[in-house]
Each structure stands twice: as C-alpha cells, then as structure tokens.
Design a protein around this ligand. Sequence first.
Ligand code: ADP
Ligand code: MG
Length: 689
Amino acid sequence: MIDQGLETPLRFCKGVGPARARDLARLGLRTVGDLLFYFPRRHEDRREFCPVGHLRPGEVRTVRGVVHAVEERHPRPGLSLLRVGISDRTGILWGTWFNQPFRKAQFRRGMMVIFSGRVERRFGEWRMDNPEYEIDTGADPLHVGRLVPVYPLKEGIFQRPLRALAREVVERFAPRVPDLLPAPVRERAGLVPAAVAVRDMHFPADETALEAARRRLAFEELFLLQLAIALQRRQVKQREGISHPPDGELHARFLCALPFPLTAAQERVYGEIRADMESPRPMNRLLQGDVGSGKTLVAAMAALKAAGAGYQCAFMVPTEILAEQHYQNLRPLLEPLGVPVGLLTGSQSASERARVMEPMAAGEAGVYVGTHALIGEGVMLPRLSLAITDEQHRFGVRQRAMLLEKGLAADVLVMTATPIPRTLALTLFGDLDLSVIDQMPPGRRPVQTHWLPGTRRREAYAFVRQEVAKGNQAYVVCPLVEESDKLQAEAATRLAADLERGELRGLRVGLVHGRLPAREREEVMARFRSGEVQVLVATTVIEVGVDVPAATVMVVEGAERFGLAQLHQLRGRVGRGNQPSYCLLIGDPGSEEARMRLQAMERTTDGFEIAEEDLRLRGPGEFFGLRQHGLPDFRVANPLRDHALLEEARAAAAALVEGDPGLRSPAHAPLRQALRERFGERLGLVGIG
Ligand code: ADP
Ligand code: MG
C-alpha cells in the first residue's frame, strides 16, 4: 500500500477495487481518514454466547458451535438454499442463506463457528436466516463475539465488507490520528487520546471504552467551537466602545411613571446591561426571556440610557407590525422625558421616511424603531451607541454586523423570546453574554390550553362568544399556508368572512395579514387595542410582540401545521392581563409528531420545556430554523444531551485563550490549523492565522 498517512486513498487498501471504491465514495469515503471518522450508527452486543438449549423464538442471540452439517438444496429451479448446522451439546442451530451458494465453501465440518441473528423455530428446528457469522479461529473475532459496529449504509453497500475494511484501516491508521487537544486540556478533562478514541468508536473492548471514546470526541467538537467563539469574543471585547454615563434623573423619572414595580429579574438583568453600557468595552449581550416576561421594558430602559445621554439607539425588529407596536409602546414611555422616538419601515412613503432619516443622519439623539429598513441603503446613524434587535432568530448574523457598521463599536443587545435552552444558547450565541429574565410579572395565570379536533370547532367559537360577552377579546389565527404571502392573506380573508357570517355573526371582527397596507393594518390594530374590534382574525403576523391585555382567547385553526415554537409564541399573545386566558388549538394531526406537539402545548406553558420538547422532536438542526445561523453539524456531540461536557469545554476554551490569546504557542498549532479548517470565515477568525 502506498502510504500517504490519513490521506491514503481507500482504493489502495487490500480488496478495494474500482467498483468498491465507487461504492465507498457514495458514502463520502475516499481516504482512510474519511473512514476513520465514519462512525458506526450503533454497536450490537454479540458477546454472550447463548446455548442452543436456552434459545427462544424471536430473540436476537449469538450462538457458538461446531459445524455439524453443510447442505445445499434447490427447492425450486433458480432457488438455492444453503443450510449450515452448528451444535453446542445442548442442540443444533441451522443458519440458512438463499441464493448465496458461494458461502458454502467457507464452512467445513468440525469448524468452530459463531452465528448471530434473530432466532426462529420452524418445523421443530432452531433456525437463523442470514445470520451474521464468523469462523472462530480463536483470534479476535470481527463480526460476532464482541460489541460489533453497525455502520450507516446505502443501497448496495454491505455491513460485513465495510466492517472488515474498517478494521483493517483502524488497526493500521488509528494510531496515527493526531491529537489536537493540548495535553493539559486533555488531562484536566480526563480524556483518552484521539487515537484511542477513534479506535474505540469502531471496535471498543466494552461499553466503558465506547463511552470514553464518545466523550473524548464530543469534547473535541465542542471545545473547538467554544475556542472559536472565545477568540472572536475576545476580539470584540478589545474594541474600544462607548462608555455611557451612569443613570441619572431621567431613569428615576422613568421608573416613577411606571404603573408597576420592576420584577426582581428585570432589575437584575437591567443591572447587567447597565454595567456593560457604562463600561468602555462594547456590550454583546443576549437578553432571553419567555413571552410576556417583560423584555420590552428592559429594552426601553437601555434605550433611554443611550438616548438620554445624547446618543442614538436603533431598535430593529423582524416585522412591520411589531415595529409599529414598539413605536406605539415606547413613545408614551420616552417622549414625556424628552426622548424622541422615530419609526422607519419599508412600507412608509418617501416623505415619511425622509422625515425620520433626516434627524437620524444629523445625529439627533433618539430611539429609532424599525424593520430591516433600518440597515437599508442610505440610512445613517452617526451617533449610534446602542443597537437592540428583537426576536433575533429571524435576523441573520450578517444583518447584525451591518447594523454595527453604521456605528462604531456600539453596544449590542439581542432580545429573544424564543426560549433557547441554555446549552444551545451557549453553542449558538456563545459570543454573547447571556441575561435571562426567569420570572413573570406578578398576577399572571398560566394560559389554559385545549386541543380540539376539527369536529369540535363549533365549541371553540361558542367559547369565544362567551368571552366576548364578558367584555374580553379574542384572536383567531388561520391555518398556515406555506406557499405564499398572497395565498396566506386570501386564506385569512376567507376565514374572517366565514366567521363573520357564521360562528361569530353579530360580533365585530377585524382582519390583519401581511398583505395589508401599513396604514390599514395600523388602523385595525388600533381598533383592536381600543376594544372596538372584538375578535381579530390574523395570520402569524401577530406571532411576536403584539400586546393587548384584554385579549383572553387565542384560537388557532389548523394547529397541526404549526411548529411548537410558533404555537408557543401565538399562545403568548394572551394571558397578558389579569383575566384567566385560554388557548384553543383546533387541529387534526396527521402524524405522531404533530400529535405530540399539540399534547406538549396542553401539558406545559413553560417556554423552556417547550423548547426542549421541540428540540427532541425535531433535532437541533431543524430547531427554530437555526441552521441558517450556522449551527455546526456535530458528528458525535449532541449539544442538548452533552450540556455538562459543553460547559467543561467552554471553561477549558476560555482558560486556553486567556493564556495564549493568539494561539501562538507551538503546542497550539494543531488547534489553530483545525479552527481554520473547520470554521474559517464563518466565525470571522481574523487574527489567528
Ligand atoms: P415580552 O417582550 O418579554 O414578551 P412585554 O415586555 O411585552 O414582554 O411585557 C408583557 C406585558 O407585561 C406588557 O403588558 C408589560 O406592560 C407588562 N409588564 C412588564 N413588566 C412588568 C412588571 N414588572 N409588572 C407588571 N407588568 C409588567
Ligand atoms: Mg416583546
């Protein structure tokens, strides 16, 4: 074999001809290194030999015996049946293969053989169809008598030859897998060397060895990511930022004007933000809190701190409706204190836009609320000192960067109502400091949630009428139409019309959807807020942020089509006042997963539990569409399950960067190299080349 280390092509391996090389390539396997890191899907325990006398039909067992008969039969033309009987003193077990006569030559009477597979009882005989087998020569067996690796395969590629090749490659090349982890890191975390880990991922001596291997490789993946994040974070921290002055009279007046005291969590979190804003280092903070926990208020205080000190604050949100609402909510809080609030959205007229953009460009202090229009061409914010983005999961990292470019090293506050589990938050937003509002304003009662099948739809609307009769209000969200905004708008329009004529006859019904001109939409929202509109039929444009405390019922039609996170957000629109509130999910789930989503909604109102469930049902990749945020694909680590390991990796990475900020030590060269290969530009790792 021509040896090129881990780069050696697999076709140089014994028994790999052009055809097999092509098959292997279909699995993405070209070099021995590829195969070393192509880990088994699972291991099958084939260590215990079961005496034939103890077999039971239907069980998967491993049996060892002496070949006692080899028979080939032809029950029909074109059909061959190979039967190999092995005996172990307690009985005889027949291994059978159809149309694989070539196997016959491998068995001879008197040989010691191991069969593994599902046992059946037929015509008074013990039998295994197509067993995994191994001639037991006394040496280390491969396919049986051990924890046997089972690889992910594709059509036309088989377990046995792949396993044999893996063994050859592992024996020969695994010892040469370089160790990226510096010895002190490895020792402190109690990790086995990379070479051992790779070997044991394939052919572990026992479960303990397998777990140690998995732990080692998961740690490495998490460590590399955390290292990249720590480096990036350090870089951000090194930039010179703006030191905002301490809170003064404006802040005191703001608190006085509030009709309620801050919750302890709001105070603590604002304290964290204040400290960041007053420090000369740029703030980079994620503010996380369940729907309705009062994040907006905390953001308003931060905005006041910036604008009150003569700077500009940009407050960027994902939808126009939310921008309009924040604008409406912030004005009465801030304008009495002399802080102007402006609104910039894509659907404003040119003159409206100009009216906002002029003071912005002139560097006038204030809070500027807007959609992505805020980072649009020609928008200038020369005195930007604080950028707040709401509902971050809808904003790309790039947009955040663009916003930052508009001001020098402004403080950044990212708010999210998406209850990202802490482990994932660390993984995804590890470059951000984390503040969590983990407490609801007092007097909130959990929203009662009921799932009704479509046949009970009338009951839902009878309930809506009942609540409206009490002076309360309701939302009705129409089923999700994926194809287009236009179809979605049509569906909502139709639903509103149907309800007005039918179930909700006589009630004042309003309609909002994404296609409505801004002015009309604002008007409907204002009429809903004032109570004039009693029932608001809507698309998911109302998903985030909308805040009307008198609304006590949320009806979701076609609830089976929505994701868990979305349902949770929608439910968050009610339960904001002091009346008991209800969420009625009308849906006929066509899949087990959809049914579990609706049941999870009935079971809990805790956003974090919902998030964990969502993650469990969908896997981290699909979770909240986070893939677009660059959630790396892990081969071994599972950021949810491995949270303890993630914390360990994070601490180790921080310590390493502390000691060697540029990764200049020769001992860290492999790490530097690996970071460049794995993350490269995505994490903007300038300065460690
Ligand atoms: P979030 O943005 O986290 O979803 P909001 O900021 O919209 O939550 O707050 C939800 C509701 O709770 C709003 O009506 C707000 O006025 C109210 N609220 C916020 N903080 C408090 C508090 N400390 N005490 C009572 N009500 C509060
Ligand atoms: Mg909000």
